[in-house]
Design a protein around this ligand. Structure first.
Ligand SMILES: [Zn+2]
Length: 132
């Protein structure tokens, strides 16, 4: 009897948490974005470790997104708070350390459930020819 179990063994591909930039809506791995947090005590800070409590928003590590965020008040929107001039100065100072733009994110496969239907699956040779 042919045993048809063809289970692929091995380690599962590591799950990469994805986040979306509040400005350009690009989805990137969380660690490629900068988290900005409205802390519980009030100030809006840059959370480089991603551990701060509070409401967070993500921006790309590129100046264009930060500049646009300031212009469009995207952070105020996302964090639902006003960003004080002091906090904003901090954000602007940080933005200046970033590259103007980033290359587009590599087209990474988005998890397992996205089956990439390539051309034809490698057909096993012992299939009955469906001649019709
Ligand atoms: Zn962005």
């Amino acid at each position: 009897m042919a045993n048809q179990t063809r289970r692929v063994k091995g380690p599962r591909p590591k799950h990469v948490p994805m986040r979306t930039c509040v400005v350009c809506r690009t989805t990137r791995p969380k660690r490629e974005l900068v988290r900005i947090v409205r802390t519980l005590t009030g100030p809006v800070v840059i959370d480089l470790r991603g551990k701060q409590n509070g409401r967070g928003a993500y921006l790309c590590r590129q100046q264009v997104c930060w500049t646009a965020a300031f212009k469009r008040r995207a952070l105020e929107h996302a964090l639902q708070t006003a960003v004080s001039p002091e906090d904003r100065a901090q954000l602007e100072a940080f933005a200046r350390t970033l590259p103007p733009t980033l290359p587009a994110p590599a087209t990474a496969p988005v998890g397992d459930d996205t089956v990439v239907a390539a051309t034809a699956p490698p057909a096993s040779s012992n299939q009955a020819p469906s001649a019709r």
